[in-house]
Design a protein around this ligand. Sequence first.
Ligand code: ZN
Length: 399
Amino acid sequence: MVLVLLSAWPVLAQTDDATYTVQVGDTLSQVALKYNLGIIELAAYNNLANPNLIIAGQTLRLPLHAAAVANAPADQVYTVQPGNTLFEIAAQFGVRPARIAAANQLANIDLIEVGQTLLIPASASSVGKPAFLPAPFQAIGFSEERIAQGRTLIISATLTTSATMTAQFEDRPIFLTGDGRRYWGIVGIHALTDVGVYSVGFRATLPNGTQSAVAHNIVVVAGDYHTETITVSSDRENLLDPAVISAEAEKMRFIWNQVSPQPLWDGPFGYPVADARITSDFGTRRSYGGGPVNGYHAGTDFGGNGQPIYAPAAGLVVLAEPLNVRGNAVLIDHGLGLFSGYWHQSHTVVKAGDMVAPGDIIGYIGNTGLVTGPHLHWEMRLGGIAVDPLQWVQERIPF
Ligand SMILES: [Zn+2]
């Protein structure tokens, strides 16, 4: 088993994004090829709704590792053939033999073996910034290298040959979908997660069992969230009983831990209400009844009373029932670990097991459950982590 682990490109904040200006006649696949990127990765990185539609003069952002590939000759890997000497190999790649010896920690430059894999270092400027990916990785991509708390991260990977792939954000598995050569997945960045550097790891397993892994760091930056105090009327204060809250949370957690492996949505989400008047933003840090800030707003609130609520994207209704805290609630499974919830409805008109299409009415805005007045609380959960729903309206995820 061959296991290669690269902890790549550690400091992302130092470098601005590289860019490419689209020339007349360019196609996205040509640009992707030029920078050794997958077309899906490049489209995702630029939030392109239609990868076939790029126009001359348009600026494309290039992932940092692509910039490294384009700006500096890449390190290469060479397998020693019968009759090779280190000097021949060095001459073939235009690199001094001593540099190859140093890169491979060769004690004796006359002693290389047939079949041995040698790292052929590129120019000195690329030292410390590995510019190659281990086979079979062709490209890895991230929708954002610096991502704010509460957002959804899109990752992608392209392989040169078919393999099964897994990925993780730190220790947390990322749900992936793909065809064996190209994969993508989505990661929820918790609204209260510490800012800092986090590792995203990919692991490919070839049909013969060979594994290859690569890791890349992303930086989580602070979300732009404010703080608010919630006052709850006395007749509903009993709902703040921690036992009531945790029992209901446990029920929800159980449901959104059941992951449908394929994405059911397609394209950007719509707003769940016709008059999208936001009364409380996602991520707001909250204190209840003047107490300490001990939570955050896990969804986006819309004003209204009695108006219809629409499914913003396709999915499977997995819960439609009255709950203590969330009131009359609907939860939709969109696949790949993504769920959307609609709380406090006056009444619901779907049932668990229903498939919904975008625009289908699921219920009506009300004031059931733990509320200070009628409104719709719209929540999106990814791998159990609440993410900003509006990103899903404003951007086409995954691409
Ligand atoms: Zn809310």
